[in-house]
Write a protein that binds this ligand. Structure first.
Ligand SMILES: [Fe+2]
Length: 268
């Protein structure tokens, strides 16, 4: 049992290349997913090692991170969107593919169970209560690592000089007049906002800022603040209503965390 998963990484790279070759129109979103996977794996590795998990759990976290978005490739080839609501649940599709491809056949039963559960749960709005502790920890590692890299992708995309890719911003309109009331309420109340309530690109900026409330480890919370992506995304919001109050509240939380205020302490 060790944390070397290089054979799995090689298989994943070959799988991603195979799927990419089948996309005849726009393969860029698939390249983005392959790069995202590598970044999530690195985030997860940092977290799992820092949290000093037992070696078998570290391995399960790494495998779950590597395979968390396996379903994205088939999802995109079939539906040309990453919106689960308009296509399929990509977490559950990933579980199906892992089983079909027998990717975990060489792992022990405990590892298989944790990895399949964490992949299947990674894209739920919230985790179910009363999960086995190891499943819960692995799922949190993958979810935190995933969110941290989504922040990077969206920030680099929205702050970059190029035009906004509809796929990256979930086909949301970049219309400052459209705001989701539920998203703004979540931000004001210090809760995570829901994808289902998004109305515009600015809502998406707010939602990403509220992920601060859903970081579960000291390492992930620190990275959330230090990467600077959330701050840049939030600072680009209009400082006037309806976004002004949510913008100010979320930026204040980031500033507090930077200074080591009580709000910056991880909950678990
Ligand atoms: Fe995902």
């Amino acid at each position: 049992m060790n944390s070397d998963i290089s054979l799995h990484e090689q298989w994943f790279a070959a799988y991603a290349a195979r799927k990419r070759a089948r996309e005849l129109h726009d393969a860029a979103p698939l390249d983005l997913k392959a790069a995202h996977t590598r970044a999530v794996l690195e985030n997860a590795r940092r977290m799992a090692l820092h949290e000093k998990f037992e070696p078998p759990l570290v391995r399960a976290c790494l495998l779950a991170a590597l395979y968390h978005d396996l379903g994205r490739f088939e999802q995109y080839l079939r539906f040309h969107t990453f919106r689960d609501r308009e296509s399929c649940n990509h977490g559950l599709l990933g579980v199906k593919i892992l089983k079909r491809e027998a990717r975990l056949a060489g792992e022990d039963a405990r590892t298989r169970k944790i990895v399949l559960a964490a992949v299947g749960l990674h894209n739920r709005f919230a985790l179910p209560a009363h999960l086995p502790r190891t499943v819960e920890l692995a799922a949190h590692v993958v979810r935190d690592a995933d969110k941290l890299d989504i922040l990077r992708i969206i920030d680099e995309h929205l702050s970059g000089p190029g035009p906004c890719s509809p796929t990256v911003v979930l086909n949301l309109p970049d219309d400052p007049a459209q705001s989701g009331e539920a998203v703004l309420r979540a931000a004001a109340e210090g809760r995570v906002a829901a994808y289902a309530d998004l109305r515009s690109v600015n809502d998406f900026r707010v939602l990403l800022g509220t992920w601060f409330f859903d970081m579960h480890f000291v390492t992930s919370r620190r990275q959330f603040v230090e990467d600077g992506h959330a701050r840049r995304l939030l600072e680009a919001l209009p400082p006037v209503p309806p976004y002004g109050p949510a913008r100010a509240a979320l930026l204040e939380r980031l500033t507090g965390a930077e200074r080591g205020a009580p709000g910056s302490r991880a909950r678990a």
